[in-house]
Design a protein around this ligand. Structure first.
Ligand code: AMP
Ligand code: ZN
Length: 112
């Protein structure tokens, strides 16, 4: 499948791994927007948040279980932000659902 993040999961494109389990893969963003910026994805190809349904929603739960583990692993005790960009107006540029995990700076709200 011609999907950048599926290729990263398969190891065909290199990445800096942050966390991996049966369902989830997390890696450093190539263009970090915070001192800590990881991309957390389900290994299964799902295009976007708009494609979540009763059959695949457990994978989103697995992503958030992984995020809580990464938080402990990376000592993100000051907090973090999880961002999902969905579709064109949401700013999504890679068509495999992913969650940005941003930390180690004071993130502004609202994000703009
Ligand atoms: P989005 O704009 O929400 O679709 O986010 C896509 C993210 O993937 C961006 O933050 C990119 O910097 C990141 N990205 C794109 N290619 C790679 C790559 N090869 N390795 C790591 N991160 C990447
Ligand atoms: Zn994919």
């Amino acid at each position: 499948m011609d999907c950048l993040f599926c290729k990263i999961v398969a190891g065909d494109i290199p990445s800096t791994k942050v966390y991996e389990d049966e369902y989830v893969y997390a890696f450093k963003d190539i263009d970090p927007q915070a001192p800590f910026h990881a991309i957390v994805i389900p290994k299964e190809h799902i295009v976007s948040a708009d494609m979540i349904n009763e059959q695949n929603s457990h994978l989103v739960a697995k992503v958030f279980e992984a995020i809580a583990k990464i938080s402990k692993q990376e000592n993100l005790e000051n907090g973090y932000r999880v961002v999902n960009n969905c579709g064109k107006d949401g700013g999504q540029t890679v068509g495999h659902i992913h969650f940005h995990l941003l930390a180690r700076r004071n993130l502004q709200w609202p994000p703009g």
